[in-house]
Design a protein around this ligand. Structure first.
Ligand code: AMP
Length: 620
């Protein structure tokens, strides 16, 4: 086995580091660069260019230059369709619906392009270290779902690495920033080129635990550039009447200049953009000359930057902490160099973010530290990851019964007891879903299976144990077992398989927005379930009491049951509650009478547990 390195495979830039005796060092290229642009280009001669050389020729070869490939990793074409105009190369749909890139009539998958970047990084590391590099720890945004992590792993494999671990970027940052001894809580605010993430971590004597993580995979420095690009092009058009968006080369030139201006504005209050010969007008060549102030940039991009703060608030709440509980705030990613970002972060967290770490290098350094843990050089650290969304099963009335709550540390095993919803039901359908909505339809379905051979029993009597188990690599195994017969069925699902990061963001947002509506729906679901339960019990009592007991009570209960049945579907919750109450009271007194007459009669009711839905479908 050769050396293991840590790789921060960034949207805009990548950085690598190695660990010697547990101490991480950034690997420099021959020219002394500590980061490499994550850019790949294909020249007319068919040469592959990577890094700075690829970036430098982007202006003259925009269609064959691929940047920000990380945004396409593990994504469906439909999810990225809205970003197609943000890049100068062609994004296409693969035969399986995934996003891919077309360069000179050849289709490349995102892992293939990322692999070209990784290969170059491998080469740089081998030159620097003077030995073969075989293994890698590669970082990904904490919010990457399973498909995106698999795509990253695939890229590493294509590049010839044995990928020892796919590590969350904020965890890597925390590893590099904090001394493992003692007990500390920290927030990692990671604003890069393509994504934003915030994670809340707790470190207790070398055990790093991500308490909560939240992000927006469609928010990064590139989006701030887009705001500037649109403004510059708009100004240019109103001054000259020329629409630069139609040109082949001009948009790329403007984008480059906008990004440069944005970076300069992190140090100065004002900067000029000069792009000679950007277009040709009626009277010859036209030049673009424009001044941009920091104030203007903040006006244009402020709303996007401000979007990060509510996510920080939510992450702290998810971690069940308060701002004052935090010991440190660590900034990661190039976009945290923007003064407005630093100001907002300082105001929100009520403390100065740590200045001791370089936001471009801290993730790679953390990855190198993790590599030293994996190779046994360091034994004082342990990492614990969490699940990003709640996992559960569908129960009667289309409600999600959570079994593993979001932000639970993995590996994890949780179980819950369910039961049948009708007498002698021999099959239950187990529908596994992921999301934060109480109503099942708002969540992402992960799979369904049936548990058959449930022993004949009254509804509510069988005890069916549903177990959710997530292993260290994030694979979920769900099993259901009839505790009486021992019958068991199980499926393996990928907790975020098929769930795009966009889906995760959407699910979280929708859950919030729909919380009120769901509450109302939930009330009706529970009232209807309650109606079913009392109707069931009353019907049993009526059947037993028909001959023996006082006709009046019997008839009264029967009438009330009929009216409750009629009301079951109504949306008058008060009337429904009242009818349930009537039936329950009448049934109780009838049941008491039955008890007195038939003291040995077995109680027809049983404790009403959560009932697995699909009962109807599953009935044999
Ligand atoms: P990363 O993904 O962490 O490499 O961050 C790259 C993003 O940070 C890109 O959008 C860069 O334009 C942005 N960036 C880098 N340096 C600065 C800076 N000094 N000011 C503003 N943005 C920057």
């Amino acid at each position: 086995m050769g050396r293991t390195i840590g790789i921060d495979l960034g949207t805009t830039n990548s950085c690598i580091a190695f660990s010697d005796g547990g101490h991480p060092t950034v690997i420099q290229s021959k020219s002394g660069s500590r980061v490499m642009p994550s850019v790949v280009a294909f020249s007319a001669k068919g040469e592959r260019l990577v890094g700075l050389v690829a970036r430098r020729q982007a202006i003259t070869n925009p269609k064959n230059t691929v940047n920000s490939i990380k945004r396409l990793m593990g994504r469906r074409y439909a999810e990225v369709a809205s970003h197609i105009n943000d890049v100068s190369y062609e994004i296409v749909e693969n035969s399986n619906g995934d996003a891919a890139v077309r360069i000179m009539d050849r289709i490349y998958t995102p892992p293939e392009i990322s692999a070209i970047i990784l290969q170059q990084l491998k080469l740089t590391a081998e030159e620097f270290l003077g030995e073969e590099v075989t293994d890698a720890v590669i970082t990904v945004p904490a919010y990457f779902n399973e498909v995106q992590r698999q795509a990253t792993k695939a890229a590493g494999k294509i590049a010839g690495f044995k990928v020892r671990r796919v590590l969350n970027e904020p965890t890597a940052a925390a590893l590099a920033f904090i001394e493992p001894e003692g007990r500390k809580k920290l927030a990692v605010y990671d604003f890069g080129g393509g994504t934003f993430d915030v994670s809340i971590l707790q470190v207790v004597d070398g055990v790093f635990e991500v308490k909560a993580t939240l992000g927006d995979t469609n928010l990064g420095g590139d989006d701030l550039d887009t705001k500037l690009v649109k403004w510059i092009m708009g100004e240019f058009k109103s001054e000259t009447g020329i629409d630069l968006t139609r040109d082949n080369i001009a948009p790329q030139r403007v984008r480059e200049a906008a990004e440069r201006a944005k970076c300069e504005l992190s140090m100065t209050q004002e900067t000029d953009i000069n792009l000679p010969f950007i277009a040709t007008g009626e009277s010859g060549p036209v030049h673009l000359e424009i001044t941009i102030t920091r104030k203007l940039f903040e006006e244009l991009a402020g709303d996007l930057i401000k979007k990060t703060i509510p996510l920080c608030k939510e992450a702290i709440e998810d971690a069940e902490m308060k701002i004052e509980d935090l010991d440190h705030v660590v900034l990661v990613g190039g976009s945290t160099r923007i003064p407005m970002v630093q100001k907002l972060v300082e105001e929100f967290f009520d403390r100065r973010p740590a200045q001791s770490v370089n936001p471009d290098e801290v993730v790679a350094l953390g990855a190198a530290i993790e590599s030293s843990v994996l190779t046994g050089q360091r034994k004082d650290l342990v990492l614990i990851d969490v699940t990003p969304l709640t996992l559960g099963v569908e129960t009667l009335g289309g409600v999600l019964a959570p079994i593993i709550k979001k932000n639970s540390p993995v590996p994890i095993r949780n179980s819950r007891i369910f039961t049948t919803a009708s007498d002698n039901q021999s099959v239950v359908g187990v529908h596994v879903a992921q999301g934060e909505r109480e109503i099942i339809d708002g969540n992402r379905s992960l799979g369904t299976f049936e548990l058959r051979g449930i022993s004949a029993a009254k509804r509510g009597e069988p005890r069916i144990e549903v177990v959710f188990e997530i292993d260290a690599s994030g694979i979920l195994n769900v099993s259901a077992r009839d505790t009486t017969t021992g019958q068991e069925q199980s499926i393996k699902v990928n907790p975020s398989g098929g769930l795009s990061s966009g889906d995760i963001d959407r699910l979280r947002r929708e859950a919030k927005a729909n919380a009120e509506a769901d509450k109302i729906k939930m009330k009706f679901v529970s009232l209807r379930n309650e109606s079913d339960e009392v109707i069931y019990r009353a019907s049993k009592s009526l059947a037993v009491a028909r001959e023996e007991l006082d006709k009046e009570s019997w008839a009264e209960l029967e009438t009330e049951v009929k009216s409750l049945k009629a009301l079951r579907e109504s949306d008058d919750s008060l009337a429904l509650e009242k009818a349930i109450d009537e039936v329950r009271q009448l049934e109780n007194s009838l049941a008491k009478m039955i008890e007195m007459f038939e003291s040995d009669e077995e109680d027809a009711t049983s404790e009403f547990l959560d009932s697995i839905s699909h009962i109807e479908d599953a009935k044999e």
